[in-house]
Structure formats: C-alpha cells, structure tokens
Design a protein. Sequence first.
Length: 386
Amino acid sequence: MAFTGLSSTMAFAADLYVRNGGTGGAYSTVSAAITAASDGDRIIIQPKTNGDPYIENLTINKSLTFVSETNFSRYFIKGTLTITPAAGRVVTISNLSSGNYTINDITASGATTGGRTTINLLNCDLNNVYTNQANITTNISGCTVGGALNFSHGRATANKVQFITVRSNMLDTSMAASDVEVYGNIIDRVLTYTQSGYTFKIHNNFCTRISVHDIKTDSSNEIINNTIYDPNPGDVPPLQISLNNTTNTGSIAIMNNAVSFAVGQTNVCIGNNSTGVNVTASYNVFTNSFVTSGNMTQSNNSGTVNMNFNNTTYTLTGMNENAGNPDVKYTDLDLTRNDAGHYGGSNSWANYWPANVGIRPQVNYLVTPRTISSGTLSISGSGFSK
C-alpha cells in the first residue's frame, strides 16, 4: 500500500513532439506544446523542409528542454522567445535557428525572485540574447549570435558573437556559487565586464578590446591568454580598467595576452583608471611599443614583438610562441611553455574550436588539475550533442 501511494504521486517527464502540420499526432506549433507541457518535459521539434520557419512568438514559463528531432539539424523559429524567470526554473534550448531577423531575440522578461533561473543555450544560431536580469544564470556554448550577448552571470564558451557584455540591471539577491567565466569565444568587437556581484575569468578569447567597468569588491579576477587585435584606430586602450566611479576594490591579473592595435588617440596598451584596483600585468606581448597608464605592477611584458594576426581565420603566429608565463600551471596542452594568446594554456582554442569537429558531440567545459600531489582528484565537465 505504501508503494502504491508513492507511485501515484510521482511525476515523470514527457516528450512532446512538434511537427509541420501536426503529423503523426504531434503538435503543429511550439506554443501549443509549451501550453501542454509540464515542468521537466522535453519538446522535440522537427525542422521543416526547405528550412521553413515556425512563425510564432514564444513565452516559456516552465522548466523545459527544446531539442531538434533531426540529429545535427536546426529547427527555425521566426519570432521572439521570452523566458519568464522563476526560482528553480531551468530552460535549455539547443539547435535553434532564429534566422536573419534582427527582432527575433531571446529575452528574460525580468528578475528572478526567491531563487535563480538557469538558461542553457547550446549550438544555436541567434540574433541577440538579453538575459542580463538579476538572479539569472546563462550558460551559452557553441552558438552564433549575430548581435549582442548580454548576460549577468554564467559561462560563455566557444561562441561567435559581435559583442559580449556581462552586466546586470540590478544586483542579485540570490547569489550563485560560481564565477563568471568567458572562455574561447570569437568576439568581433568588444568584451565588456560591468558586474559587481561576481569574480570573473576571461580566458582565450579573440576580440578587439577587453574593458572592465566594475568588479566584485575584494575579488581576484583574471584576464589570461586572450588575443586582442584591432586594426581600427581608437581612443581606448585594448586592455582597459575603468570602474565608472565605483569604489569597489580588488585585483585583476592580466597575463599571457597577445595584442596588436592601430594607434589612434591613444598609444596605451594597458590602462588602469581606477584607484582601488590592484592590476598586475605580466608576460603580455604587443606588436606596439609597450606603454601603460595608471598604477599597476608590471613584469616580463614585451613590446614591438613580431606577430601576425588574422581576424578572418582567427590565427596568430610569431614570437608569441613560448612567450607566456613559464610556470607549469600555464603550460600548453602539449606541456610546453605557455604560448601567449588564445591558443595557450589549459583553455586553448584547440579545446573549443578543434579542426573538423563535424557533427560529433562536443565537450564544452572541463576542469582538471594540472598537477596532482595527493588527496582527492576532482574533475568536472559538461557537454552537448548536436
């Protein structure tokens, strides 16, 4: 009797299918499937023939997973996706294409109260992502974002975007336990960090500039092994710390980066316009003469280094090889000394943009120790299938 009572109260996740015209008893629209779904269900969407879209605006107000019915093929939804936050809500979207329609964005409608919302975006072709609301974690990997990626907390790995902006419309009240991590992305323009709630790690990105405008007080942050290339003259240094009149203190390690920029209104390579931030710059290499502004601790930085940058193939060659920090924890995947730039270190681009990846599943995050002496070996990771 006890077993019977327990079984009658258990809920099991279901698979709901969406197919063109509702064939085979499936739903004909994604909206109808969302209405019928319960928390934890999976909505499996059939890509239409000839790449035709499902034309509908969606409001996702449950914990749901959206996947393609056809392996390695994206389904096309022409419309805006609005995610309604709620404590404990988890929304996972994979293999979505938004097409070339600039108004069709993924948006969080507001802050989460009483907890956190988690949004996972995997292997999608999107226009803009606006999930920079309080108490929302966004994990985005393997996506192409035609415009801006704006999020307040989470992890961005191996995406191709125009801009990445990490900021929140208001401070979190239900804090996440993890840092903000931005690893291995192609950023056509600027990566901007304006978030006072979390420590950040910005590693192995290819972009035109990294600007930090806020930090968590007393935090230790990292800008490591990025490649920065800007052929257009400007008035802001390629590595810029400027805390917008905040009084937060903390530290930022700027290390193993490879940089080239066209001199315009400034010839400064690294600028620190913040009085309360301890900036440490080491083992960075520049094609420009090495010039800094503001207070920072410097060691082993090099200017007028011969390097070749390509912002079409996202390659870097030259004297960045073996120019990074020689400490073993920064060694390259082949266990040689760190190569400054986006292919160096544990978070090398070789992890996120391997040659001929094809249609295979992808590991998008893996943490392992570089050295093992004793104690428990902790390894964590995540991945997705296309």
